[in-house]
Design a protein around this ligand. Structure first.
Ligand code: ZN
Length: 449
């Protein structure tokens, strides 16, 4: 399948930030064959797309999500993180494979419709007897057609061990490690063009024992997969860490083997200057989740400082229970504005924000050689944004229109060269069926409560 896209503005997000006011992208066999200014070179095409009035960017990379939460939106609307978790754990106890599949499919459709082609999903709730809940997420990603980084999460510190979650949603340490190893063996594909990869993800310092943190890191390195966890999200977490473990969350990560080029951390808000420098020096990534952080009043990450220190920084929507929108494209603007609230109007440009959502995310997931920019040889994951409607027409700078304006509709979204969204609608699954299943799943969860 050879697809020729002509006549569009193009933001490649390559190392030099190359852009073309009018240019072309040629896709063949799931990879980018050519990108450049002016019309595409002559050659055969199975499909030609006149993208006049559009902007082509790399597909966006979501670095942090909990897809099952798409079935539990609207709870605990004015709660802190710990209050929010305490209200939601008893609801999450009811998830099963059917509910998880319905939520994941809906969450992935929303991601696709907002420009996302690769999604990391951190799944850490495994109620007793619910079975392998990674399977329905992998299945949903295959149906929607997005790349998935399934983070096999875990919690082993229930209430009876001084942790926050009820005992009914935690596993014991050995069970969690065995199940994580099985998920890697079953689903992880190390190939460059992989649609499914697996990472290891004990949930957070306040839900996981020190032994599980350390042994999970060892397991990931043994298996050659990446490491992901929540860290430094709230002041409450830092205070609890200091009181119980005698160190900051950052020192705890250091002590348990959770810094390095194979690690990306969700949130990373409450870091000292020294911690920011250490993240940069070790190449540890941060998944910045601006809407979720605002929803929970958690604070916001020092994005510009982290980038300046050399740390990979990507964007994430986080679970929909703390971000009912769940769209990735909208995070471009939120990230830009939050950075400016901290550091003034020059703190983060529209292009900086686009880079976070593309190359930054690809670096967090270890896929900077395959994804994150429009360059020949890279995988054909790209978004064609329509900028000729009343919302954007007349904005001379297409990147500003995308980031600072309302989120444009997608003319086309390709993942591995395959159309996932066309003319604003998902083409791989029926949105009506997905919404129907989601409504049933949300109701089923409420009835189980
Ligand atoms: Zn999260």
């Amino acid at each position: 399948m050879r697809i020729v896209i002509d006549g569009a503005a193009i933001a490649t997000v390559d190392a030099a930030g190359t852009e073309h006011a009018t240019g072309h992208v040629v896709v063949a066999d799931g990879r980018i064959e050519a990108v450049g200014a002016g019309p595409a070179p002559d050659g055969p095409a199975d499909r030609r797309i006149d993208a006049t009035g559009c902007l082509v960017t790399p597909g966006l990379v979501n670095t942090h999500h909990h897809l099952y939460q798409w079935a539990t939106r609207g709870f605990a609307q004015q709660a802190t993180l710990f209050e929010w978790l305490t209200e939601l754990y008893p609801v999450w106890v009811g998830i099963d494979d059917k509910i998880t599949h319905a939520a994941a499919a809906a969450g992935l459709v929303r991601l696709a419709k907002t420009g996302c082609t690769t999604a990391a999903d951190h799944h850490y709730v495994f109620p007793r007897g619910a079975g392998d809940l990674i399977a329905p997420i992998v299945e949903a990603a295959g149906q929607v057609g997005l790349r998935l980084h399934a983070v096999r999460g875990s919690m082993d510190r229930g209430e009876s061990n001084g942790g926050l979650p009820p005992d009914s949603v935690v596993e014991n340490r050995d069970e969690a490690l065995v199940a994580t190893a099985e998920a890697i063996d079953r689903y992880h594909d190390p190939a460059p063009e992989a649609f499914v990869r697996v990472a290891v993800g004990p949930c957070s310092p306040f839900t996981v024992s020190t032994e599980l943190m350390s042994q999970a890191a060892d397991l990931a390195r043994d298996k050659g997969v990446r490491l992901h966890t929540h860290l430094a999200e709230t002041v409450d977490e830092e205070q609890q860490c200091l009181a119980e473990l005698g160190c900051t969350p950052m020192e705890y990560a250091d002590r348990t083997g959770w810094l390095g080029e194979d690690v990306w951390l969700a949130h990373g808000i409450h870091f000292s200057d020294g911690a920011v420098a250490r993240l940069g020096a070790t190449g540890t990534g941060v998944a910045h989740c601006p809407t979720s952080n605002a929803r929970l009043g958690a604070g916001f990450a020092r994005v510009a400082d982290l980038v300046a220190a050399g740390a990979p920084v990507g964007l994430g929507v986080d679970g929909a229970a703390s971000n009912e929108d769940g769209g990735l494209g909208v995070e471009l603007r939120t990230a830009t504005y939050l950075a400016r609230l901290r550091g003034g109007p020059a703190a983060l440009s529209a292009r900086d924000s686009l880079r976070l959502a593309t190359m930054g995310g690809a670096r967090c997931l270890g896929r900077q050689d395959e994804l994150g920019s429009l360059e020949p040889g890279k995988l054909a994951d790209l978004a064609v944004w329509r900028l000729d409607g009343v919302e954007h027409a007349g904005i001379d700078d297409p990147v500003a229109a995308l980031v600072l304006g309302s989120l444009p509709p997608l003319a086309l979204l390709l993942a591995g060269g395959r159309p996932v969204v066309e003319d604003g609608a998902c083409r791989t699954v029926s949105e009506v069926d997905v919404a129907t299943a989601l409504r049933a799943a949300s109701l089923a969860l409420l009835e189980k409560r």
